[in-house]
Write a new protein. Sequence first.
Length: 155
Amino acid sequence: MRIREALTGEAEAIAQLVNRAYEVEHFFVAGDRTSAAGVRTMQETGVFLVTDGADGTLAGCVYTTAAAMRGYFGMLAVSPAEQKRGIGRALVEAAESRARAAGCAVMDIKVVDLRTDLLRYYDRLEYLVVGTEPYEHRPVIQPCHFVLMEKRLKA
């Protein structure tokens, strides 16, 4: 699997991939997760790492930043047709590797508390819960909040 930095011109494809992958959240939140304009804005402060599927379309992506000894990743998305193939884990590892290379000692993530499947997944990847913060990104159908998690990156 080849993971590469997304091009600015791929913002629409990234937004479509993310919105498909995040449809599972419609039980607690209304609307799309992002837009092409939102992706382009994020690309001003970080990068999307992507991998292509066999059909040439994006199979997965993750947004990542690194600053002040801390990395962050979010918006991890894998096409529903490509899930359960290790793409998500490979993208997380690529984001962690990028943070390590930038001198980061810690990787941060935010997970919505209602996504208990993701909380378990990141626990298996050695992410620890360190706090919470309000969820204020989109209109919610039921109350929720972010669970803040971090992982100490090994050199």
